[in-house]
Design a protein. Structure first.
Ligand SMILES: Cc1cc2nc3c(=O)[nH]c(=O)nc-3n(C[C@H](O)[C@H](O)[C@H](O)COP(=O)(O)OP(=O)(O)OC[C@H]3O[C@@H](n4cnc5c(N)ncnc54)[C@H](O)[C@@H]3O)c2cc1C
Length: 709
């Protein structure tokens, strides 16, 4: 019954507002035209005016009607700064609390539906930060005033807390608005608009969100950092943990802008990419590709060709490649750049300090670039197998006869094809129905077919259950379509993903927050919940690539060093990547799976490499360029390229997307003949043909016929 009465009351107020066009009375013109009479009435009936104004304000804000801002200006104009602020501060908070109650007890379902995205964000904030989060929302208007009231009603915050935090949080905004109203009231000619009072009040209005944000940041920093004594003097401006792509680039940037920077690496300079990731994997892929080309020499008009090789020589070449790239990431190079490099394990001991080699080093800010490690799933019996991961794979010196590779992601696929081409009988196990699950299904299909053709035993839909030993032989028991299958192997490579390195160096003790994915949680400035500590690269994600680690490093370094003046939000709009199997799979932006998931409308344009002159000349015709565009518009949403050197070809689309260039621009650019890059232009040509103005062309055809005479 109570609910019905409340809903009816609410409906009556809202209906009356719109039916009688009450909104017109909350316009600046109306108020300005009536200012004289309002003032006179206020002089004659002061108490009544205050009560009437108060009630109207509470109704408008309580019913979440538009007009609160204008009412506030009016309050300032009639009552002046002091009375206006007191009156409005209470009226707005009571109104907000009414809206909060209506939402909590009456409109729950409707509001949940209408503002579910905001509800999720706010709920998470409240869960973590409690009342301070509401205070921050009030001070920094990230959401409209009425949305905060309504959505807060659905959280579990107490009414009492909501009331006092709202009153306190809205006070600064109320003062600024009421002051603007009071100033505007004194305006009697257009010239007065340039008076210092008016200009100052408008400046205050404009800078309010920034001041609010600064206050919130300050309070937040203080809340977290107050437990730790701040050194009077810091040893260094920036401490960087980890010398992988993320840490190296952070240190490089800090040194380039003349900061004192200390880089600490516990293992090898260059991190995973140089020592156990990109570089060794690409080196082995190259040797494997040559062997594959020799094995398929007939394709190139060579009746037979053979290769004599030792597995250990190929592995030696891998290490040789690493040592040739090493100088780029070396201690010597970074020392010359002005970075203090320490080769030891660091441990965070406070938001300002790490302990390394028994010494404490203090810094104003810290960047964590501590990377990720191969994830080893807890499959029964795995501990009894001498398995490899990308960490120790490169130490393998003898060629196993058979190899089982667990995982159908990019790393699993690259290794599967490479080792298979080196003459190892590889079985690849993937739990999902296809490999490269993030890519569109035709991409997976093309690569799967290629793998099968090359002799890989591809086991899709196989769930690894248990490792056993039988007659000294290692065997995997996997579940496939409800039954157990056994797969024997000589060596096992686990490549099922990588988890962020977040334990063992003080994160837990400091209370650095982690995400559900187990990575370090950062905000859009790559700052952790400890304001002096930033994170970038694999340890925070969301991407796990060398180029994204380097991209993030710029933001982490610049925001930590110059955040007091200006902070930059990390830009993830155009992120490319490549899986370096043969043919390569490169992508930037959306594919069809993601477009569908995100409800983004798209058109597809395809171009097959079997049509491309250079691809035909190179006998590398397997693959395609697939472009997703906004329907009817020359705006690229995403591109997938499968083909030889796809990772290089995609660069043109990365540039186009980054700078908002469309397919017309790619089509209008001269591409050298005959190159693989021409594929990009032909894909753009296909799009253009599909969007040709048919009607106009019919008229043009008529024109030409007429010109024939
Ligand atoms: C097989 C394989 C192939 C790959 N291929 C590619 C590819 O082709 N392209 C691509 O873009 N990406 C590739 N990657 C991913 C790429 O290697 C990573 O994304 C990249 O290395 C991440 O860099 P990072 O600096 O975040 O972490 P890392 O390179 O892991 O560096 C972190 C460093 O921090 C150090 N560290 C950790 N804790 C501490 C501590 N407490 N004190 C001091 N030091 C510490 C570690 O020793 C490590 O050196 C590949 C990865 C693998 C495994």
């Amino acid at each position: 019954m109570k609910k019905i009465i409340l809903i009816s009351l609410f409906a009556i107020v809202v209906a009356a507002y719109f039916l009688f066009d009450i909104g017109q009375y909350f316009s600046l013109e109306f108020i300005k035209s009536q200012q004289e009479s309002f003032n006179t009435y206020y002089q004659q009936h002061t108490f009544l005016s205050l009560v009437f104004y108060f009630v109207v304000y509470v109704i408008v804000t309580g019913a979440s009607l538009p007009g609160a801002a204008i009412l506030t200006l009016l309050g300032g104009a009639i009552f002046g700064l002091f009375t206006g602020v007191i009156l409005i501060s209470f009226a707005s908070t009571i109104g907000a609390s009414l809206a909060f109650l209506v939402s909590r007890f009456v409109l729950r379902d409707a509001i949940q539906k209408r503002f579910s995205d905001k509800l999720n964000v706010i709920n998470k904030g409240i869960e973590k930060e409690g009342a301070f989060y509401l205070f921050a929302l009030r001070l920094v208007p990230a959401f409209p005033f009425f949305v905060i009231n309504l959505v807060m009603g659905l959280t579990n915050i107490k009414l009492k807390t909501f009331y006092w935090v709202s009153q306190l949080g809205m006070l600064a905004g109320t003062i600024v608005f009421v002051n603007a109203g009071a100033q505007l009231a004194q305006l009697d000619s257009l010239a007065g608009i340039l008076s210092p009072g008016i200009i100052f009040s408008f400046v205050l209005l404009a800078v309010l969100p920034f001041i609010g944000r600064a206050i919130v940041n300050r309070i937040n920093s203080h809340r977290i950092l107050k437990k730790y004594p701040k050194p009077d003097h810091f040893d260094t401006n920036l401490l960087v943990l980890g010398a992988g792509a993320a840490g190296l680039v952070s240190a490089y940037i800090a040194a380039a802008v003349k900061a004192k920077v200390t880089l600490i690496e516990k293992h090898k300079m260059g991190g995973d990419c140089l020592n156990t990731g990109c570089v060794p994997s690409k080196a082995i892929i190259r040797s494997a590709k040559l062997l594959s080309q020799i094995a398929h020499s007939q394709k190139y008009g060579i009746a037979s060709a053979s290769a004599k090789f030792k597995f250990s020589d190929i592995m030696a070449r891998v290490h040789d490649v690493i040592s040739k790239v090493e100088p780029h990431d070396s201690i010597e190079r970074y020392t010359k750049l002005g970075v203090d490099v320490i080769n030891a394990e660091a441990r965070l001991v406070s938001p300002y300090a790490v302990e390394v080699d028994g010494k404490t080093i203090t810094a104003r800010n810290i960047v964590l670039g501590t990377g990720a490690s191969p994830f080893v799933p807890p499959i029964e019996g795995i501990e009894n197998v001498d398995y490899y991961t990308s960490d120790n794979l490169w130490q393998m010196s003898e060629k196993p006869k058979t190899m089982l590779i667990l995982g159908g992601g990019p790393i699993g696929c690259e290794l599967t094809q490479a080792f298979n081409r080196l003459g190892i009988k590889v079985t690849q196990i993937e739990m999902a129905p296809r490999i490269l699950l993030r890519e569109d299904s035709e991409v997976s299909e093309l690569i799967q077919n290629r793998f099968i053709k090359e002799g890989v035993a591809l086991k899709l839909g196989h769930k690894a259950k248990q490792f056993i030993k039988r007659k000294k032989k290692d065997i995997l028991i996997a579940e496939f379509e409800g039954s157990d299958v056994e797969i024997a192997f000589d060596s096992l490579v686990v490549a099922v993903g990588r988890s962020a390195n977040t334990s063992g160096y003080g994160l837990e003790e400091l209370g650095v927050n982690l995400t559900d994915r187990g990575t370090i949680e950062v905000n859009e400035y790559l700052q952790t919940n400890i304001p002096t500590i930033y994170a970038c690269g694999d340890v925070t994600g969301p991407y796990q690539f060398t180029h994204t680690a380097a991209h993030q490093a710029w933001y982490a370094a610049v925001n930590s060093l110059f955040g007091v003046f200006k902070r930059f939000k990390v830009d993830y709009r155009v992120i490319p990547w490549t899986t370096f199997c043969d043919p390569e799979v490169a992508r930037v932006g959306l594919n069809e799976i993601e477009a569908k998931e995100q409800g983004v409308a798209y058109e597809v344009t395809n171009y097959g490499l079997d049509d491309l002159d250079r691809a035909i000349a190179d006998s590398e015709t397997l693959g395609f360029v697939k472009v997703l565009t906004v329907p009817g518009k020359d705006k690229i949403l995403g591109v997938t390229i499968v083909g030889d050197h796809a990772g290089d070809l995609i660069a043109e689309y990365v540039l186009a997307m980054k700078y908002g260039l469309g397919l017309n621009k790619i089509l209008g650019t001269i591409h050298i003949y005959p190159t693989m890059a021409e594929a990009n232009k032909y894909a753009a040509g296909n799009w253009k043909r599909a969007h040709a103005p048919e009607k106009l062309l019919q008229w043009v055809a008529k024109f030409h016929r007429w010109r024939l005479g």
